[in-house]
Design a protein around this ligand. Structure first.
Ligand code: FEO
Ligand code: CA
Ligand code: CA
Ligand code: CA
Length: 732
């Protein structure tokens, strides 16, 4: 257990101690310079979406990604940038307004009482959960049927990632902060568990005011206790046998749901992120399992060494299995008699049908097990495999790609049984992991038994597809994937088809381990405190001829930085006061406008500004230039050549919104006409000390009650909707 929970960042875990080399050591495997030049030329052609250019660049017949029929996109951001701010309110660009739509504790039916927001509320199985995160819009027509065109009625599917904690307890939802010691009280744990998971809430507008429908039959909660089906390669494998499911077919619930995604067939995807910290192992558990056994190797690699305390101590609340499941000691003689494998039932992409509250969630284990963020799909092409991209958000983890075995049939876009289509595309396929070469090329390396580095490893016995699905990180270590600065969300530009992935920051990047794709390590001061590493994060960009290609070209689209930072080593994208930012996290391209929305989850720049939402109009891979970064630290003298996108201007990147104190901005989605933008304000007031729980004057935020929403003054995570005052398309 970290000593000070109030300042520990559960996103900042680092379990990758593999000696997976960096690419300076693997020059022999990279493409020749000559090959790269040809590839870059192809990438440039792709950026122009030119049929002729693409055909010429490829030997094989190419199904060209044509731009959407609704194009052309917005080419100019027609609003004035919002100033950085430390005020405790949501500030949105002039000409726009926002409403609070759906906050922590809001009841999802009329039987559940109004939220009092004083810590006495219960029944969170029928209320909005906490820490609203990834989110997607799913339209409904006037009859309440699924609609991809509706713009005034729909459901929002929302991730509820975590709770605001100190010393074990989620203090704002208990009357006086909860009991911060072991054993935990069952009544407190029951509330904390139910605050996690997913929700579905119906929303509608009469064209001026948006509201949520408290009585909708589509309103739903999924919690860590809801039934779940394990699907894909891990289904029925020895890795997921538990006392709850001796056949390994099912599991309980979902946890730490962070980034989100939407499938081409209209379901919701949710990434389980920082689940590892919820499980307890005692100091003898390595011995019970065998100190050198594969399961012990895997537990360490996934951040659960023997003796690991759990984040909330839920395992101590009683003898019932709903509590004891969080204790993963191998305590019985066989796995079907204990919960040693419970941890292997988390860490997946979860699929939910937001239109069918009666269907259970399905865990898509073929997409690998990691600290998942979102999933974004390359535009489906008839007759081609589906391709999805994902990040693993811990320090020095990797970027992944999934290629489906099934080939896309456009008829599957509007199916009767949506989850059956999920079975078709997401349960069989091949994972790949990204290696970024210093010359601006990259490789997607297959993680399967076809790859001898995986199948013949002396370090870990990969024998089945289930082994790779459950121990994905270990397979990736074996193939010299590039350790990244905490990969968060990815998005696909509708203009170019290129992939953008945020790398939020990395406190363990330093002069000796910088590389071309993670080229910065520096010191920044927050007040008087020195912060080191890649303090402010960056956004990497990947271009392919076709998304199924195993080679790509890349550059770094944008570096987070303070405007005043050194332009030679830190502020490499030329950010100014109008667009400087830190720790990019949520990243979503608007299908309606092509705007790239970037939300921040930052504490590094929090002495100067609260977190924000930026709007950007990016170009394409290769539109900038290379720049050499020089390091001289102790005995290390090193140069790294960074491939940097065209510098930002005050026209191409603008700050659209600044949130209240201590929040993260996340969950960006919109109506299909681009006229209503939904975002989540996550954990305002998070830095409040638990001792202040009864003293609102000491809360670091009182949002949204100070904006006129709801009872009490404890801060609440919430969904807001932003519209343009003239009713127009946002950003135009
Ligand atoms: Fe939940 Fe990586 O942020
Ligand atoms: Ca600073
Ligand atoms: Ca995130
Ligand atoms: Ca984050």
């Amino acid at each position: 257990m970290p000593e000070n929970l109030s300042t520990f960042d559960f996103n900042d875990e680092n379990s990758n101690v593999s000696d997976n080399p960096r690419f300076e050591k693997i020059f022999e495997e990279r493409l020749s310079r000559r090959q790269w030049l040809g590839h870059a030329a192809a990438g440039a052609a792709l950026g122009l979406t030119s049929h002729a250019g693409l055909a010429a660049a490829s030997n094989a017949p190419v199904k060209v990604r044509v731009t959407a029929k609704t194009w052309p996109p917005i080419v100019e951001l027609k609003f004035n940038s919002v100033a950085k701010s430390l005020e405790d309110k949501v500030q949105v660009a002039t000409g726009y307004r926002y409403q609070v739509l759906y906050a922590l504790g809001d009841p999802l039916d009329s039987q559940t009482p109004d939220f009092k927001n004083d810590g006495s509320d219960t029944g969170f199985e029928r209320r909005a959960g906490d820490h609203h995160d990834g989110m997607e819009w799913f339209g409904l027509d006037a009859m309440g049927r699924p609609s991809t065109r509706s713009v005034n009625r729909g459901v929002l599917a929302v991730n509820h990632e975590a709770t605001t904690d100190e010393k074990l307890t989620s203090f704002f939802i208990h009357p006086t902060g909860g009991q911060p010691s072991l054993p935990r009280l069952a009544s407190e744990v029951d509330k904390e568990v139910a605050l996690h998971g997913l929700s579905v809430v119906e929303i509608l507008t009469d064209s001026s005011i948006w509201r949520y429908d408290r009585n909708s039959l589509l309103n739903r909660r999924v919690t860590p206790l809801s039934p779940a089906q394990l699907m894909g390669p891990a289904r029925g494998s020895a890795h997921v046998i538990t006392r709850y499911s001796p056949d390994g077919l099912n599991s309980r619930g979902t946890l730490n749901n962070c980034g989100a995604g939407k499938t081409p067939w209209g379901t919701y995807l949710s990434g389980e992120e920082n689940w590892t910290g919820y499980f307890f192992r005692d100091g003898q558990d390595d011995e019970r399992r065998g100190a050198t056994s594969p399961e012990v190797i895997a537990l360490r690699r996934y951040g659960r060494p023997a003796g690991a305390a759990s984040r909330h101590g839920w395992e101590t609340a009683g003898v019932q299995e709903s509590y004891s499941r969080w204790n993963i000691n191998a305590s019985a003689s066989a796995p079907q008699d204990d919960y040693r494998n419970e941890i292997n039932t988390f860490g997946y992409i979860v699929e939910m049908d937001p239109y069918h509250p009666q269907t259970s969630i399905r865990k898509r284990t073929a997409l690998g097990r990691m600290a998942h963020e979102n999933v974004c799909f390359a535009r489906p092409l008839a007759g081609q495999p589906l391709v999805a991209f994902m990040g693993d958000d811990s320090r020095n983890e990797y970027i992944y790609k999934f290629v489906s075995e099934a080939r896309w049939d456009p008829k599957d876009a509007e199916p009767v049984d949506r989850l059956a289509i999920g079975d078709k595309y997401l349960d069989r396929g091949t994972l790949h992991v990204a290696r970024f070469n210093p010359d601006g090329t990259g490789d997607w390396i297959e993680l399967s038994l076809n790859n001898p580095r995986v199948a013949n490893s002396a370090l870990f016995p990969f024998k089945t597809a289930a082994d790779i699905a459950v121990y994905t990180r270990i397979a990736a270590d074996l193939v010299q994937a590039t350790k990244m600065d905490r990969p968060e969300w990815g998005g696909i530009s509708p203009r170019t088809g290129e992939l953008y992935i945020t790398l939020t920051n990395n406190s363990s990047r330093n002069a000796s381990n910088v590389d071309a794709a993670n080229p910065r390590a520096y010191t920044d001061f927050k007040n008087d405190r020195a912060q080191k590493g890649n303090v402010n994060g960056h956004i990497v960009r990947i271009g392919h001829r076709r998304p199924t290609d195993t080679q790509f070209s890349w550059d770094i689209y944008l570096f987070g930085s303070e405007a005043l930072a050194d332009a030679a080593q830190i502020n490499l994208s030329n950010l100014s006061d109008e667009n400087d930012f830190s720790s990019p996290d949520g990243l979503v391209f608007s299908p309606a406008t092509g705007i790239c929305w970037i939300g921040t989850d930052d504490s590094a720049y929090a002495d100067k500004t609260n977190c924000m939402l930026l709007a950007a109009i990016p170009g394409r891979v290769g539109d900038g230039s290379s720049h050499t970064l020089n390091y001289s630290e102790n005995t290390t003298e090193k140069s790294v050549k960074a491939h940097i996108g065209k510098p930002a201007t005050s026209l191409s990147v603008k700050r659209f919104l600044v949130g209240p104190r201590d929040c993260e901005i996340t969950g960006c989605c919109e109506t299909p006409d681009g006229k209503a933008l939904f975002i989540n304000i996550q954990h305002p007031g998070e830095a409040t000390p638990m001792a202040a729980v009864l003293d609102p004057s000491r809360y670091t935020s009182q949002w949204p009650s100070n904006a006129g929403y709801g009872a009490g003054s404890r801060p609440r995570s919430a969904t807001i909707v932003i519209t343009k005052e003239d009713g127009g398309v946002i950003g135009s």
